[in-house]
Design a protein. Sequence first.
Length: 380
Amino acid sequence: MLLSLLSVAAFFLLLSGCKKKSPPPPPPLKVQIVTAVPQDVPIFQQWIGTLAGYPNAQIRAQAAGYLIKQDYLEGSEVKAGDLLFEIDPRPFQAALDQSLGKLAQDQALHGKTELDVKRFTPLAREQAISQQELDDAIQSNLAALAAMQSDQAAVDTARLNLSFCRITSPIDGIAGIAQAQIGDLVNPGGVVLTTVSTTDPMRVYFSISEQSYLAFFRQYGTAEARLSHQDDLKLQLILSDGTTYPYAGKWFFIDRQVDINTGTLQVAGLFPNPEYLLRPGQYGMVRAQTSVRHGGILIPQRAVTELQGSYQVAVVDAQNKTHIKTVQVGDQVGNDWLIDKGLDPKDRVIAEGTQKVKEGTVVDPQPYAPGAKPSDAKKP
């Protein structure tokens, strides 16, 4: 009997020794948070722009003839009056010489008729000749004077046509590639020989929506205030390689009408180009501060989750429990969202780790450090 009792006691001792200890609860999930702080947020808008020189002078021939010389280096800077091309001047020089010869003949004829009038006038007074002879001399003198004036006009025209053989630049700028070669026959109104563009300053053309136009204009109570702000508005130009152009631009003009096909207005800005980095035809992103949102709340874009067209954020309460809030987002400001509705000041928003939390999850909040893991940040 004693042996049986000992066996039972040993069995229960063995069972108690085989019981497993329960594991400790897991530590709270570490997340990074940002605090919603109202602030004045500058609102920027950006548009795709096309650069253009102004003016862009298309160089065409004003006289018909063969090109005999190109006097400029393609792509080089030229000044107003610099020689670009030359047309064979010989036909125009011959026409000028012929006009000068005709003028000399009529000048001689006018001299003779003028002498006749001077000689006949006293003779007619003394009735040595008839009045009709004097009248004929006067009319011949007037006809010779008219012919001489016509010849002078022909000489001026021939001289002008001869000057058209020297094709010069009408403006300062950069000369483009020659579209005609030496030996080509050119005519007035024919092909464009080349184009000279003024590139300092450069114009940038971009289109804004009708809604943006109305929102911009309604910010100001008077036309004077609007024009003053428009004149002070600074433009930034982001080039195609992502770099920001070092010189600020200014608002130049708005087109007179809205494009009925696109519902947009064309706007032009001016950018200085002293180093000739900008060239006509380039594309860039034009950026400008159009307004200021007072009391706006900014949070990182990664803190916002989009779900079926709605936006949600996770906030942490005083007990370090998470709650899901639906928010209304506004403009993007850099890497942040501007929150229009749904957040209260001093809300603690999870910026890193939102995918791992749900309603009621207990977390270990740490300050947000962009690029760092939650475990890398120090506890507040």
